[in-house]
Design a protein around this ligand. Structure first.
Ligand code: 0FX
Length: 241
């Protein structure tokens, strides 16, 4: 069988390739990334193990060349005909249906919502479709977005390792999503970043907001100083031993 894997996340790509090396599968895998992913373009170029692709420009010839499509943090929307006519599986860094879309753990920390990992069949809506497997992660009071995101990535790879063969052989029972849940977009995250210094909040809300926005090396939350310069804000948390 031929499998098309599309990813824009280096950690996931490298760990998935390592998984295939450790546990060879009876399938041929092709890897693609988004044409506008400059970091991948610099690293992989046009050939080698990875190729750039713009999914919405592909025709039947491309789609019919594969038996299965897997999105491992692919930053492109899969075209409708791809998800309706072919089997497409998404590995998502959130516990569907909570916080579908952009940076699920950020919104999970801020809004005290469940955090985790979901592998699901894709349909025409974003991070939506029957659930195959998922695992919830409990958030520690001292964890930032980065801390829990590292556990999310590791959990995604654990689930993939446990179920790759099931994915390839179709050995699963899709479960309907329990509800539509909620969805966040990149604009929602961008809008959170500017701090309104006059907004009243409890200490608890401030701590949760800052740990949701703390994810080195990214500079997320900020306010403007008297000279109109951005001052970035993060938080350091340390639990006693
Ligand atoms: O690949 P990914 O981990 O995931 C994102 C979406 O969250 C996910 O729902 C979608 N399926 C996937 C295709 O794209 O995103 P990332 O590698 O851009 O960012 C990883 C984490 O880093 C993110 O969860 C929060 C943090 N981050 C990232 C950026 C770019 C920040 O805190 N600030 C940023 O500006």
């Amino acid at each position: 069988m031929k499998v098309c894997v599309i990813t824009d996340n280096l950690y996931i790509y490298e760990h998935f390739v390592d998984l295939l090396r450790r546990k060879p599968q009876d399938a041929e895998f092709d890897f693609y990334y988004a044409t506008w992913n400059h970091a991948f373009r610099e690293k992989f170029g046009e050939n080698g193990g990875m190729r750039p692709i713009k999914l919405r420009e592909q025709g039947d010839e491309f789609f019919n060349a594969y038996d299965l499509f897997i999105s491992l943090h692919c930053k492109q929307l899969f075209p409708d005909r791809m998800v309706t006519e072919h089997t497409c599986i998404n590995v998502h860094p959130g516990l569907n249906p909570y916080n579908r879309g952009w940076f699920p753990q950020v919104f999970g920390i801020m809004n005290h919502m469940p955090i985790g990992v979901t592998i699901h069949l894709m349909d025409t809506e974003l991070d939506h479709g029957p659930i195959l497997w998922q695992r919830e992660l409990k958030l520690g009071a001292d964890e930032t977005s980065k801390d829990v995101y590292e556990r999310i990535l590791a959990t995604e790879m654990e689930l993939m390792e446990e179920h790759l063969e099931d994915i390839l052989t179709g050995n699963y029972t899709p479960m309907p999503m329990p509800s539509e849940g909620n969805i966040n977009y990149k604009q929602d995250f961008d809008a959170l970043c500017e701090i309104d210094r006059d907004k009243p909040a409890t200490y608890g809300e401030v701590i949760d907001f800052l740990r949701a926005m703390t994810h080195q090396p990214y500079k997320n939350a900020y306010f403007y100083d008297a000279d109109g310069k951005k001052v970035y804000v993060g938080i350091e948390l340390e639990k006693e031993q």
